[in-house]
Ligand binder design. Structure first.
Ligand SMILES: [Zn+2]
Length: 242
């Protein structure tokens, strides 16, 4: 995806090539290109977060925490006040963005933890045809700690996805139809959870975040599109964003 993103910036690449030529560098390696681009954008794009995790906002692609495999949560800390506050923070940020799921890395914490909640209210803005086609159903708030996933029905369904960590883009993403997850709840109690269709899709999306993956790693590349949000404010609802 890095390559595809760069192809979209052909004019920038042309300028980089020119700079490389001026510097008498014989070949343009990926490393040199990346260096040139980072120098150009150094002032406008922070390379490291300046805010300490957990964040009050959903971090964006480029934050290294999104590309790390999240750490297992030590069951002994689950009942601590600090961990419970972390869980509450995750939920608070998820609701502030109107997301239906959020993984701990998205608030800067490399932990095997995610939350899901699909309310009827969040689905009410979705066109009935899309809701029916994607088989979107409400789902109560559920926390997954140290989840492991098993594919129950590997039949692939493709649907559009967005991500709070990659705002203003969407793409068609193939996902398995049905999954089963074993995890601990927020109090450390083990449970087994199964879901189909859209609910299973949201869970697979969040499970990917715990492995350092984004939907762009699984999407059909030519379906990747930009959309103009009605309002960029975080309190606005974007049900598909997670
Ligand atoms: Zn996401």
């Amino acid at each position: 995806m890095v390559v595809i993103a760069m192809i979209r910036h052909t004019s920038l690449i042309s300028r980089c090539v020119k700079n490389v030529q001026n510097d008498n560098i014989r070949c343009l390696s990926f490393k040199s290109l990346r260096k040139l681009i980072s120098i150009r954008y150094r002032k406008s794009v922070p390379t490291t977060p300046t805010v300490k995790a957990p964040y009050d906002d959903i971090c964006q692609i480029g934050d290294p925490v999104l590309r790390k495999k999240a750490e297992l949560v030590d069951p002994k800390i689950i009942e601590t006040e600090e961990f419970q506050k972390t869980v509450d923070r995750l939920y608070k940020v998820m609701k502030a963005y109107g997301a239906v799921g959020l993984a701990a890395p998205q608030i800067g914490l490399s932990l095997q933890l995610f939350a899901m909640e699909i309310t009827e209210e969040s689905l009410s803005d979705i066109h009935p045809y899309i809701r029916e086609t994607c088989k979107m159903e409400s789902h109560p708030l559920t926390y997954f700690v140290n989840p492991t996933m098993e594919i129950v029905n590997p039949e692939i369904i493709s649907s559009p996805e967005t991500c709070g960590s990659l705002r203003c883009y969407y793409a068609e993403v193939p996902r398995a139809t049905e999954v089963r997850i074993k995890a601990l709840n927020r109090f450390g109690e083990p449970f087994t959870w199964s879901a189909k269709y859209w609910t299973a899709r949201v869970a697979q999306h969040e499970m990917d975040h715990l492995q350092g993956l984004m939907y762009t790693d699984r999407m059909y590349p030519f379906s990747f599109e930009y959309f103009v949000p009605t309002d960029m404010h975080k309190d606005d609802k974007d049900v598909a964003a997670h």
